[in-house]
Design a protein around this ligand. Sequence first.
Ligand SMILES: [Fe+2]
Length: 317
Amino acid sequence: MAVETEIYGPFTVTPVLEGFGAEVAGVPFDQVPLPEDMIKTLTTISDKYAVLIFRNTGLDDGRHVAFSKQLGELEFCPKFNGPDQPDRFSSPHLFDAGNTNLDGSLVKAGTRRWNYNKGNALWHTDSQFNQHRSKYSLLLAHAVPKEGGDTDFADTRRAYNDLPDEKKRELQDLIIESDLWHSRKLAAPEEFATQTVHELASKQPAYHKFVQQAPDGRDTLFIAAHTKRIVAPQAWDLEKSQKLIWELIDHCTKPQYVFSAPWYAPGDMIWWDNRASMHRATPFSDQMEVRDMRRTTVFDDGPYAHGEQVLTDMPAA
Ligand SMILES: [Fe+2]
C-alpha cells in the first residue's frame, strides 16, 4: 500500500510503513533549542510513528544533547568498567554505540567490548533492563560504513494487536524480569558466562509489565532479548519463559511489522520510542570500517516508567 506524505505544522512527514516509521523533514536543528510548540508537534508525530528518521541534521554533540534534553531527563552513560572509566565524549549523556576505542582505533574482534556489541544485533529495546526505563533513544551518526550497518525496527503495537485473543489473555497480567547480562550471554555465551564486579554492580535485573499501553493508546508488548523470565503472578522456569519470549519476539519481527533504516551520512539521526518498538543492529565490516554512532537516552515519565515491584526469592538461573 502506498503511504502518503503528511504535513504537521512546519514538518513534512513521509511514512515508511503504514503508521510505523517516518522520515521527518523541515526541522531547524541549527536553531536548537527549538520552540516548545515544535517539540510538541514532534512528540505527536513520535507517538504515532514510533520511529522518526531525520537526514542531514548537522547536529554536533552539544546540540544533540540539548535537543534530547528538550524531550525529558537524560540517562547517564553506564560505566561498565567502573567509575574511573574514561569517556570518549565531552557529555556524560552520550552513549558510545560505535566501534572505535578512545584512541580512534577499531575495537578488535574477540575483545570484551566487541563481544558486548554482539548483543546489539539481537532484537531489543534500549534500557529495558532498567527499573526506571527510558522512553526515547536518539542515535546520531558521526561516521557510517560504506555498506551495511543499517538499523532494523519492529512495530510491537501492531504485532501485539494481531495476536489471537487467547494469547492476549495469557499475557495480560504477566510481569517480566529483564537483565542486560542475559542478552549479553545469549549473544556471546563464553565471554559473558560470568560478569565482572563492576558489570554486576552497574546493572541489576528489572521488573516490568509484559503488556503495556503505548503512547498512542494501543496495547503493546514490552519485550526484548533482555527479557529473561516471567516472575509473576506465578514464577515460570527459565526454559518455559524463554520459549514464550522468543516465540513472541519471532512474532513481532515478522516481515509485515519490520523495516530497515539505512544510514546514509554523518548527521543522520533516528529518534525511536522504546515503548512502542524493538530494534537491532545489522552487520558491517567492523574490522575494516569506522561506524561512529552516539546515543542519548531519555528517561520515561509515563505511567509505566518505574516498572513493578516484585518480591521474589527465586534462585538466579
Ligand atoms: Fe539498541
